[in-house]
Design a binder for this molecule. Structure first.
Ligand code: UFG
Length: 333
């Protein structure tokens, strides 16, 4: 069985669905603090899925999973991921993201499970010295969220050297879109990410554009939007890489192309075929002007290739938004 921590969340659920559709047996471990039971119920329709509610901060919760299931490898998503919150409350981030991961890794050692794919982030690079950012770029996070992920990356290096626990650390850029059939998608409460916030905007609540005075061609921040299904495929390839004896490594996951907030906004208006109310607001603290991935390493070593463009991500995100409204009002599952 493949254990997915945080599998009731946005990216974890897409990886779970991709594995289930490949006929793999999957066990999701999730506290449901941020994940959603509705997503688990949907996923159960698509294959052999077991769900355990538990918290990585309680070592016995996760030991119990290894005790009663034959786990062959782990994909680890469970974490807090809001940059702003991490600056205000670093304790919460280190306790959950670092201590929680240590409990997971120690349980893996105890039960002789030696392969893990870890959800890392472009936030481990901090303010970039150059773009596109390759994996050799220095890692100097500028917030506790990025630090917590970098600390885990370092712990994984040491666990590899000392205990042969092999890991692939995947450093995501901006993840976007939803399942192609709108079965699952992004569901954060509150939502902080760009595309869902543009799609949710209406006459009552306009979209807030954070800053239009950056040193970029149109003054708004540039990001590398990687489609969530392409991202899920990269996790499957990372698992195959580890199964084939691949050594501990780390990879950027992005498209290698950048789009500005204004470009994304325009593409959303085109998709919705209507004007979206927008309000220009001051810059959001801690936003770098430009983040673009150099993704050559993932292409060469994992044989991964992103296929879906930004417009496709926006379209699928929009189909999911419509479904989410109905799920939230209890109309459908
Ligand atoms: N933005 C707005 N309005 C919004 C939301 C976002 O203008 O309502 C802007 C932001 O200021 C930024 C861009 O849209 O310029 C993208 O913002 P997101 O919040 O969607 O994504 P981030 O680039 O801030 O964050 C993402 C991940 C983090 C990760 C980070 C790495 O969500 O987990 O990339 O830098 F840490």
């Amino acid at each position: 069985m493949i254990l997915i921590t945080g599998g009731a969340g946005y990216i974890g659920s897409h990886v779970a669905l991709a594995l289930l559709e490949k006929g793999k047996d999957v066990i999701i471990f999730d506290s449901l603090e941020l994940g959603h039971i509705e997503i688990i119920d949907i996923l159960k329709k698509y294959g052999n899925l077991k769900f355990v509610q538990g918290n990585l901060k309680n070592i016995d919760d996760i030991r119990g999973v290894f005790l009663v299931n034959k786990i062959e490898s782990v994909v680890h998503f469970a974490a807090y991921s809001q940059v702003g919150e991490s600056v205000k409350n670093p304790q919460k981030y280190y306790y959950n993201n670092v201590y929680g991961t240590l409990n997971l890794l120690n349980a893996m050692l105890e039960f002789n499970v030696n392969k893990i794919v870890f959800s890392s982030t472009a936030a481990t690079y901090g303010e970039p010295d150059y773009v596109p950012i390759d994996e050799k770029h220095s890692q100097k996070p500028i917030n506790a969220y990025g630090n917590s992920k970098l600390i885990v990356e370092r712990i994984m290096d040491d666990y590899d050297k000392a205990y042969d626990l092999r890991s692939v650390r995947l450093r995501y850029f901006n993840v976007a879109g939803a399942d192609s059939k709108a079965r699952i998608g992004e569901w954060h409460e509150p939502e902080t990410h760009l595309i869902p916030n543009i799609l949710k905007a209406d006459s009552k609540k306009s979209f807030k554009m954070f800053g239009d005075d950056y040193e970029t061609p149109d003054g708004t921040c540039v990001r590398d939007y990687i489609n969530v299904e392409d991202l899920a495929q990269a996790h499957i390839m990372a698992l195959e890489y580890l199964n084939n004896g691949g050594r501990t490594d780390y990879f950027n996951l992005g498209t290698g192309m950048g789009d500005s907030v204004k470009e994304v906004f325009k593409a959303c208006e085109e998709t919705l075929e209507r004007k979206i109310p927008v309000e220009i607001c001051p810059r959001r603290a801690g936003d770098p002007a430009k983040l673009i991935a150099d993704n050559k390493k993932a292409k060469e070593i994992l044989n991964w290739q992103p296929k879906n463009n930004l417009l496709y991500s926006i379209k699928t995100a929009n189909e999911w938004e419509k479904k989410l409204v109905r799920i939230k009002s209890g109309i459908i599952l």
